[in-house]
Design a protein around this ligand. Structure first.
Ligand code: AMP
Length: 396
């Protein structure tokens, strides 16, 4: 029997959210809507999800011992990794001791490192991927590029949002790509993946939900990335029946292999009817923020519902929609978003401000959502709203 008890009592459920960014914030809100106690964690205070959680802890989640202390103190019913940079071997240990990790500890461990998930997808599941090699030294790196052939895409094995990622098109870009990857990796200098450049027609995120009801798919999300960071996404991405079927099959294979309950963002490149697996996040995906306007249950609501062990029989798609990331550059703790009367002037436009406390460099601070009769119209509407937005960056 599926049950949820009163919050703050022994019959209630408690979730420990590891990662408190904008995606974690929405997961926290959805869990709260189901009467779940939410404890948010991140490495800095006042992170977005902390602002809507019941309680929070500030610590380095790569510190396994500290992570264990907090888990033992809080005894959560659900440990929910919301970012990749977590001491995942400790999650594996905690899971063995009976704690419940979303979707599974091994999913978090395998996807923390590009090598784990790439080898699983390509070598164990036989999914089509770009050609790839791993390199730990500059010599291995040069060798890998020679074997794959230019152009290649280089990424630290532990990185996300495009940090340390670059495309090498000519011989004289090789040294700078190595340097960039060494500086941009999450764990500092280290191993990189060298991937053959895929000349895709378009790329999608196929949001895939595993729950007690089985596996269901959201409409494919199309998106455009700049330097490995998403700028605009839309739903549905038009696809041939054949490509959509192949995409769902690839998503099923990889999510079944990772197991557990929750939503997965399966990233795929599409060329004609061919589907090339790129990577997967065992949690909501940034490009999937569009579902906050395009579906009856957003990717965050679906994640919460699935991980709580509740049925997700289907996903109701409401209509063509788009999301446009608001990326702000500067060094400040004070920004002001202006001209909102213009930004929100047209019907079918929404704004989310994440509430991040500061910016150093560039940071995604909010998102514009738009819905219209067609995908093109939704994208244009989101772009118009974004063009109207004026952001003031004030000195600290
Ligand atoms: P990732 O962090 O692996 O998701 O990469 C970020 C983005 O870089 C992808 O969404 C693509 O737009 C681009 N990209 C990554 N790998 C490749 C590749 N092998 N060929 C072409 N583009 C790529």
């Amino acid at each position: 029997m599926a049950s949820l008890g009163s919050v703050f009592t022994p019959v209630g459920r408690k979730a420990l959210l590891l990662g408190s960014g904008e995606l974690g914030k929405e997961v926290a809100i959805e869990l709260q809507r189901m009467g779940v106690e939410v404890v948010a964690c991140d490495k800095y205070p006042n992170a977005p999800a902390m602002q809507v959680a019941h309680r929070s802890y500030v610590f380095n989640m790569l510190d396994g011992e500290r992570l264990r202390q907090i888990v033992e103190l809080e005894k959560p019913d659900h440990i929910i990794p919301e970012i990749e940079a977590i001491a995942t071997p400790m999650l594996v240990e905690l899971e063995k001791e009976g704690f419940n990790v979303t979707p599974t500890a091994s999913a978090a461990r395998l996807t923390m490192n590009r090598e784990g998930i790439r080898r699983l997808a390509a070598e164990e599941l036989g999914l089509k991927t770009s050609p790839y090699k791993f390199a730990s030294t500059f010599e291995e790196f040069q060798q890998a590029i020679e074997e794959i052939g230019l152009p290649v895409v280089v990424k630290p094995v532990m990185s996300s949002s495009g940090h340390g990622q670059s495309t090498v098109r000519t011989q004289d870009e090789i040294a700078s790509a190595w340097k960039e990857a060494q500086e941009g990796g999450r764990a500092g200098a280290g191993r990189v993946i060298v991937e053959g450049f895929v000349d895709f027609d378009y790329e999608i995120t196929l949001l895939t939900v595993r729950s007690v009801s089985g596996t269901v798919y959201c409409q494919p999300v199309g998106h455009i990335q700049v330097n490995g960071d998403y700028r605009i996404s839309w739903q549905p991405q038009p696809m041939s029946d054949k490509a959509l079927k192949a995409a769902q099959e690839a998503a099923k294979a990889v999510t079944d292999a990772l197991g557990g309950y929750g939503i997965f963002g399966v990233e795929l490149f599409i060329k004609g009817d061919e589907v090339i697996f790129s990577e997967v996040s065992p949690r909501p995906h940034d490009t999937g923020m569009v579902t906050m306007i395009s579906q009856d249950l957003s990717e965050f609501a679906l994640h919460a519902r699935a991980l709580l062990g509740l049925p997700v029989p289907d996903v109701r798609f409401l209509g063509p929609s788009a999301s446009k990331a608001i990326v702000v550059e500067g060094d400040t703790d004070k920004i002001v978003m202006n001209n909102l009367e213009k930004v929100l002037e047209e019907p079918g436009v929404q704004l989310r401000i994440f509430g991040k406390p500061e910016i150093k460099g560039h940071r995604r601070m909010g998102v514009i959502l738009a819905t219209a009769d067609t995908v093109d119209a939704a994208r244009e509407k989101a772009e118009r709203a974004y063009e109207a937005l004026d952001v003031t960056v004030l000195p600290r």
